[in-house]
Design a protein around this ligand. Structure first.
Ligand code: NAD
Ligand code: LMR
Length: 329
């Protein structure tokens, strides 16, 4: 039986994450080894030539699953019939730019893209926002797409989730595959809270295995939360391959499901769970099945965790207030 290709739109396709992402989508890592894909590369006019070069390289891989590549600078064309949209292209913070300037510049990208998704995407569209500030950019896009169910707009905290697993494995000597049920709460920013109190290492409670609150507070949490900045310092450029890998993981898990007993972290519109104000796009522990996700309910949140979740959520509320003020939502 021949399957209908899934339309995957990638914005910022000519950027460094795009370059690390597209080849893995085309080789079947995003959706599955038996799922054909058509790629739509959305760029700004200055990025079109480089996107064409990447498309030539994609052709040269002769990927059996890749059924077509379109390149455009028109969001209405880029999102036409899209089933999955990876919003990677964003305006980076440059010297002298205030936070408000950054939010405003990104509003100019994510508001029209949200509208174009609203008007053109397929009914089953799933959106992942990678471009920073990812949570609030996702909120802007979602607000501009009133006809799309809000829960289809998600922001990437899977990179933080993967970073936290790796740090915890290094500390305890465990295999990464033995670590389950880790949670990133809040914003993809330095206020994020990686929570190991419900995580398990080979079935044992991770916080009990670590048994070192000082390490947790002074080492683990800041290392995970500031890892993006550490990569920029070391590489002279922000994380790209690991970000692309996390984007692949995020969508793959959303579409194909979490393993029994495990969960993942996704930035999603809050339904008010765990005291996170409704509508904020905040990271939660989620399970996924049949292309849908659900927040893991009923976790006990201790004082240590509560204070940190609240701080990150407060930052998200401030970002929401700022984009509201700018008329972006
Ligand atoms: P990059 O500068 O290499 O590439 C960005 C690309 O986006 C450029 O090719 C640019 O032309 C394009 N672009 C800009 N505006 C666009 C628009 N309106 N439509 C389509 N394309 C547009 O950046 P990168 O390293 O690929 O990173 C992309 C974004 O991802 C940045 O905002 C970065 O901060 C963010 N990021 C997020 C995470 C996360 O965990 N959420 C991790 C790493 C990076
Ligand atoms: C990361 O976490 O690596 C990025 O979000 C950092 C950045 O500012 O691009």
């Amino acid at each position: 039986m021949t399957r209908t290709p899934v339309n995957v739109t990638v914005t910022g396709a000519a950027g460094q994450i795009g370059y690390a992402l597209l080849f893995r989508i085309a080789s079947g890592h995003l959706l599955g080894a038996d799922v054909p894909v058509k790629l739509r590369l959305l760029e700004i006019p200055q990025g079109l030539k480089a996107a064409e070069g990447t498309a030539m390289e994609l052709d040269d891989c002769a990927f059996p699953l890749l059924k077509g590549i379109d390149i455009t600078d028109d969001p209405n064309v880029g999102f036409d019939g899209a089933n999955v949209a990876l919003l990677v292209g964003a305006r980076p913070r440059t010297k002298g730019m205030e936070r408000g300037d950054l939010l405003s510049a990104n509003g100019g990208i994510f508001k029209p893209q949200g509208k174009a998704i609203n008007d053109n995407a397929a009914d089953d569209i799933k959106v992942l926002v990678v471009g920073n500030p990812a949570n609030t950019n996702a909120l802007i896009a979602q607000a501009a797409a009133p006809d799309v169910p809000a829960e289809r707009f998600t922001a990437m905290t899977r990179l933080d989730h993967n970073r936290a697993i790796s740090q915890l494995a290094a500390k305890t000597g465990a295999a990464v595959s033995d670590i389950q049920r880790l949670t990133i709460w809040g914003n993809h920013s330095a206020t994020q809270y990686p929570d190991i109190f419900h995580a398990t290492i080979a079935g044992k409670n991770a916080a009990e295995v670590v048994n070192d609150e000082k390490w947790l507070a002074d080492d683990f949490i800041p290392t995970v939360a500031k890892r993006g900045a550490a990569i920029i310092e070391a590489r002279g450029a922000s994380s790209a391959a690991s970000a692309a890998n996390a984007a692949i993981d995020h969508v793959h898990t959303w579409v194909n499901g979490t393993a029994e007993g495990n969960w993942t972290s996704m930035g999603i519109p809050s339904d008010g769970s765990y005291g996170v104000p409704e509508g904020l796009i905040s990271s939660f522990p989620v399970t996924t099945k049949d292309g849908r996700y659900e927040i893991v309910q009923g976790l006990d949140i201790n004082e240590f965790s509560r204070a940190r979740i609240d701080a990150s959520v407060q930052e998200l509320e401030e970002e929401r207030a700022a984009v509201r003020e700018l008329g972006l939502i």
